[in-house]
Design a protein. Structure first.
Length: 455
């Protein structure tokens, strides 16, 4: 069979090996388009892995092969698979109170109060079912609040697949404008003209951003970014970048939107805005908030959110804030608030062991690389030779050795360590990962790197 690879933009042939996972995926392809419901999970170079169950830091496939999971379902499982308090809260909600009540519920209010406590800039918020939905609402809110239409996004940043924003965020280098910003390229076939008002700019480059703002300036409703770029490996903002963007957006009367879908509860308990002390106008959170249940939220000051309160800006959703998911979110947030003083140093320490250990291995073996750890997030970039510090999408595209990373990942997957084969994806560590887990991971990574990264 053949599959479209969004990384290369090519139609690739997939060869299946003879595992049960491979056979199951083949069966899946007869009913599910491509074998699963997200293209990211069935990329052509992804060795077949059909998951059966997860517990703590471990995952098992349908052949009962065990993996130490460094992906944590792309981030949400901040307390690991099957976290007991989350499971208990969800089970109790469903069995004693009902999964979906169709009315306001106290559990939703409790979860909202806790988000507000952790993210004080979200004075009022609304729940949604996915990061995509919440990002689309955040943009609508910025347009409503400013009565302007234009939006500035950044290269390599992903804000979901809605009509509002889905641009080719992993565009090839030759498609990127030389001057550092230009019109958004649609991310998929089948889009309308919704991106006509969207400009995409190089990230972490304040001069380029200033020029972009000067040109589009007073028409810009919102400037939206991942405050730590998490969809093109993991890159921190340069010193002062977020602060300057904040000042410039205030000067131009544009809303600053932080998409903290990845960084919320991971960069710190209060996200990147707490870590870097920069307050956006509008915030989106998701992933870790639900601990594995589909939840997201967008929020802002009371003043900005008045448009939603009054109904002037529509926001709805049958499943938005449904009770099962709210029970999960409430359990995650309760634990984060109760344990954050110990939890975050622990997450930082465990992730740091992996970061330092892998860095030492790759350095000893002379494998050129760069690495960034922020909280429980780790980005590993294998490079073609020693290159200057990479600070944005163009840098990774230019210097990243994606093929070598896939070779390493495939080898590690067969050795029972799972992280995503796309080097643009970060690794995600949970509170369930132990220092012993990291010792096992590093032992296998050392052997794996010696076998397949040394020329
Ligand atoms: C930063 C960011 N924003 C938005 C989204 C979209 O979220 P979802 O996949 O839940 O729609 C993602 C998904 O990975 C993301 O990483």
């Amino acid at each position: 069979m053949s599959v479209f690879d969004p990384m290369s933009g090519r139609q690739e042939r997939v060869s299946y090996n003879d595992s049960s996972s491979a056979r199951m995926l083949h069966r899946g392809c007869q009913s599910l388009a491509g074998g699963d419901s997200s293209t990211m999970r069935v990329l052509p170079y992804h060795l077949p892995l059909v998951a059966k169950r997860g517990l703590g830091s471990r995952l098992w496939d349908i052949d009962d092969n065990e993996y130490i999971d460094l992906n944590m379902a792309y981030g949400p499982l901040i307390f690991g698979h099957c976290a007991p308090d989350v499971v208990a809260a969800v089970t109790r909600q469903i069995s004693e109170f009902g999964s979906q009540l169709g009315f306001p519920t106290e559990i939703t209010i409790q979860a909202a109060e806790k988000i507000k406590q952790l993210f004080p800039s979200m004075e009022l918020l609304r729940f949604a079912n996915s990061g995509t939905e919440a990002c689309a609402s955040a943009i609508r809110l910025a347009r409503t609040a400013t009565r302007r239409r234009k939006l500035i996004l950044f290269e390599g940043h992903y804000h979901g697949w809605s009509e509002a924003v889905f641009n080719r965020y992993h565009a090839p280098l030759d498609a990127l404008p030389e001057r550092g910003f230009g019109p958004a390229i649609p991310g998929t076939i089948g889009m309308s003209s919704s991106l006509d008002d969207v400009v995409v700019c190089e990230w972490n480059n304040i001069e380029t951003f200033e020029r972009c703002l000067q040109e589009n300036g007073y028409d810009v409703a919102g400037v939206m970014m991942e405050p730590i770029m998490g969809n093109a490996s993991l890159l921190p903002p340069r010193e002062g970048f977020l602060q300057t963007v904040r000042e410039l957006t205030i000067d131009h009367g544009s809303m600053l939107i932080f998409d903290e879908v990845i960084t919320g509860l991971r960069a710190s308990s209060g996200g990147a805005q707490e870590r870097y002390l920069v307050t956006p106008d509008i915030t989106v959170v998701s992933k870790s908030i639900g601990g594995g249940s589909p939840v997201a939220a967008f929020g802002a000051s009371e003043e900005v959110m008045q448009a939603v309160v009054s109904g002037e800006m529509f926001h709805g959703g049958v499943f938005s804030g449904n009770a099962t998911v709210m029970a999960a979110a409430n359990a995650v947030l309760t634990r984060v608030i109760a344990e954050k003083d110990d939890l975050y140093p622990q997450l930082e320490r465990t992730t740091g062991i992996l970061a330092k250990g892998l860095h030492d291995i790759l350095t000893r073996l002379n494998v050129p690389h760069q690495m960034n750890q922020i909280g429980s997030l780790l980005g590993v970039i294998l490079t073609h030779g020693d290159v200057p510090q990479i600070s944005n999408y163009r840098g990774i595209r230019k210097h990243g050795d994606f093929d070598r990373y896939i070779t390493f990942q495939q080898h590690m997957q067969l050795e029972g360590i799972y992280f995503h084969p796309n080097m643009f994806e970060a690794m995600f560590i949970s509170a369930a990962h132990t220092e012993e887990d990291m010792a096992i991971v590093l032992g296998r990574m050392e052997a794996g790197a010696e076998r397949c990264l040394v020329c």
